[in-house]
Design a protein around this ligand. Structure first.
Ligand SMILES: Cc1cc2nc3c(=O)[nH]c(=O)nc-3n(C[C@H](O)[C@H](O)[C@H](O)COP(=O)(O)OP(=O)(O)OC[C@H]3O[C@@H](n4cnc5c(N)ncnc54)[C@H](O)[C@@H]3O)c2cc1C
Length: 414
C-alpha cells in the first residue's frame, strides 16, 4: 500500500472524540494497517492538531476501557508479526506498565495529591509563581511551540506523545514551574487523562521515575519532529538536572484475590474507569448501577472535552448492557454516590456490589468511600491482562519488555 493511502486522515478535533465502543473499534480498524513499519518510522513526528494520523489516537478509549489493550494487540498481531509491530506493541504495554508500577506504590499518588494541595495554596500567596503559572496555562509564555501546545491541548483534549515530553521538560526546566502543577494541567485537560500514565510520565521527565535520568527538550529535536513548524533555538534550558524526592515509598505488590460469586446476590457497578464490564467473565448480576456523573480530577476545573468523555462513555456502556441484560439497570447522574448505592442495594436486596479493579485515582477513592458509607461490600475483579502485566511492573520497563512475548502467549495472541 502506498504511503499516501496509509495517511489515515484521523482527525484530532474535539468533535471526533466519540465516546463509544463502536467508534473505538472503527478507529482501530482504520489504524491497524499503519501499526507496523510506518508506526516504527513515523510515530515520533508531531505534525500538529488534526494531523496525528501516524499514531493511533486510541488512548481516550483505551483509558476508559471502551476497548481493551488485549483487543488492540489482537487486532494488530492479526495483521503484523511481532517484529514488525514491536514498537506499537511496546507502547501499548507502557500503559499497563505505568498502571502496575503505581499500583505497587500508592504512596506516589498520595504524595502527588499532597504536593498539589500545597502548591495550590502557594499560588494564592506567591504572586510571581501565580503570574508565571497563569502565563503558562493560558499559553502566553511567548515561546511559540509551548503556547501552541497549550492551545491544542485545551481545544482538542489531546497532544502527541512527543509534544507531551517537550511540554513537560520545558515546563519544568525552561519555565521553572513545579512539575506537579503541570501534571495537574495535563490531567485536567487530556481526554485520556490517567493518574498512572500522566503522573509517572511527568516524574520520568524530571528524573524521579528512572532515578537521575531526565528528559531535556532540545530545539533541534523539536524542529526535526515538528517538521520545521517550530525551532525554539536558544530559547530553551540547556540542562535538566534531576529532581530529588527523598520521601519513603513503600512497595505493595498488588494481590489478585479470586471471588466466588456463585450463589451470591450481587449488583454490577459501571464507572468511567471501565466501560466494558460485560466482557468480564462474571455470573449474571441481580442488577446494574451506572454512575454517569463525572468525577473531578482536581480542585481546579476539568477541561470541557475531558469532562464530557467519561460520562458519555459510561452511557455507551449502559446502552450496550441493556441489549444483553434483562434485569434492572439504574443510571445515577447525581453527586451523592452513597445515597444511590443505599437505595439500589435496598431496592434489589443486594449482598454486595462488583466492579472491575479500581486503580489509584479519584474514582477509586469515591466509590470505596460511598460503599463504606452505604454499608455495602465492594468486590473488585482484576482483568486477566492486568494480572499478567502488573507483577512485571515492579521496577523498570525493561523487566516487562522482556516478558511481552510470554504475556502475549498467555493471552493466546501469538
Ligand atoms: C508528560 C506525559 C503525560 C502523559 N499523560 C498520559 C495520560 O494521562 N494518559 C495516557 O493514556 N497517556 C499519557 N501519556 C502517554 C502517551 O503520550 C499517550 O498515551 C499517547 O500519546 C496517546 O496517543 P496514541 O493513542 O496515539 O498513542 P499510540 O502511539 O498510538 O500508542 C497506542 C496506545 O499505547 C498507549 N501508550 C502509548 N504511549 C504510551 C506511553 N508513553 N505511556 C503510556 N501509555 C502509552 C496508549 O494507551 C496509546 O493509546 C503521557 C505522556 C507524557 C510524556
Amino acid at each position: 500500500m502506498s504511503q499516501s493511502s496509509l495517511d489515515l486522515g484521523l482527525p484530532s478535533k474535539a468533535a471526533d472524540w466519540n465516546p463509544t465502543r463502536d467508534a473505538a473499534l472503527s478507529r482501530l480498524d482504520r489504524f491497524v494497517e499503519a501499526a507496523g513499519n510506518q508506526y516504527a518510522r513515523q510515530r515520533n513526528f508531531d505534525f500538529g492538531a488534526g494531523k496525528h494520523a501516524k499514531v493511533s489516537q486510541l488512548s481516550p478509549w483505551i483509558r476508559h476501557r471502551l476497548i481493551q489493550e488485549e483487543e488492540v494487540l489482537a487486532a494488530i498481531l492479526d495483521q503484523h508479526n511481532l517484529t514488525t509491530a514491536e514498537k506499537f506493541v511496546q507502547e501499548v504495554f507502557w500503559r499497563g506498565y505505568f498502571k502496575g508500577w503505581l499500583e505497587h506504590r500508592p504512596d506516589v499518588w498520595q504524595y502527588y495529591k499532597h504536593d498539589l494541595m500545597q502548591l495550590f495554596g502557594q499560588l494564592d500567596k506567591d504572586a510571581s509563581l501565580a503570574r508565571r503559572y497563569d502565563e503558562a496555562v493560558e499559553g502566553r509564555t511567548g515561546l511559540a511551540c509551548f503556547d501552541a501546545w497549550v492551545l491544542e491541548l485545551t481545544e482538542t483534549g489531546y497532544l502527541h506523545n512527543h509534544a507531551r515530553m517537550w511540554f513537560a521538560s520545558i515546563w519544568t526546566y525552561t519555565l521553572n514551574l513545579p512539575w506537579q502543577l503541570g501534571a495537574d494541567f495535563f490531567y485536567r485537560h487530556l481526554v485520556d487523562g490517567d493518574p498512572a500514565s500522566n503522573t509517572c510520565s511527568w516524574r520520568w521527565v524530571c528524573g524521579l521515575h528512572t532515578v537521575g535520568k531526565t528528559y531535556l527538550a532540545r530545539a533541534s529535536n523539536i524542529e526535526k519532529f515538528t517538521a520545521g513548524r517550530f525551532n525554539p533555538v536558544s530559547d530553551l534550558a540547556n540542562a535538566a538536572p534531576a529532581l530529588e524526592d527523598l520521601r519513603p515509598i513503600h512497595i505493595n505488590a498488588p494481590s489478585f484475590a479470586s471471588h466466588d460469586l456463585s450463589g451470591r446476590r450481587f449488583g454490577l457497578i459501571i464507572t468511567e474507569e471501565d466501560c466494558s464490564l460485560a466482557q468480564l467473565d462474571l455470573p449474571r448480576p441481580a442488577a446494574v448501577l451506572v454512575f454517569s456523573s463525572r468525577t473531578e480530577r482536581s480542585l481546579k476545573p476539568l477541561g470541557a472535552i475531558a469532562a464530557r468523555f467519561g460520562p458519555l462513555a459510561v452511557k455507551d456502556a449502559m446502552v450496550r448492557t441493556q441489549s444483553g441484560f434483562d434485569g434492572p439497570i439504574s443510571e445515577y447522574a447525581d453527586e451523592n454516590w452513597a445515597e444511590a448505592l443505599r437505595d439500589w442495594k435496598n431496592a434489589n436486596a443486594l449482598e454486595a456490589c462488583v466492579t472491575s479493579r479500581l486503580t489509584q485515582g479519584p474514582v477509586q477513592k469515591r466509590l470505596r468511600t460511598a460503599c463504606r458509607d452505604a454499608d455495602i461490600e465492594l468486590i473488585q475483579v482484576t482483568r486477566r491482562y492486568d494480572q499478567l502485566v502488573w507483577p512485571n511492573a515492579k521496577r523498570g520497563f525493561f523487566g516487562l519488555k522482556k516478558k511481552i512475548p510470554a504475556i502475549l502467549d498467555g493471552l493466546g495472541l501469538t
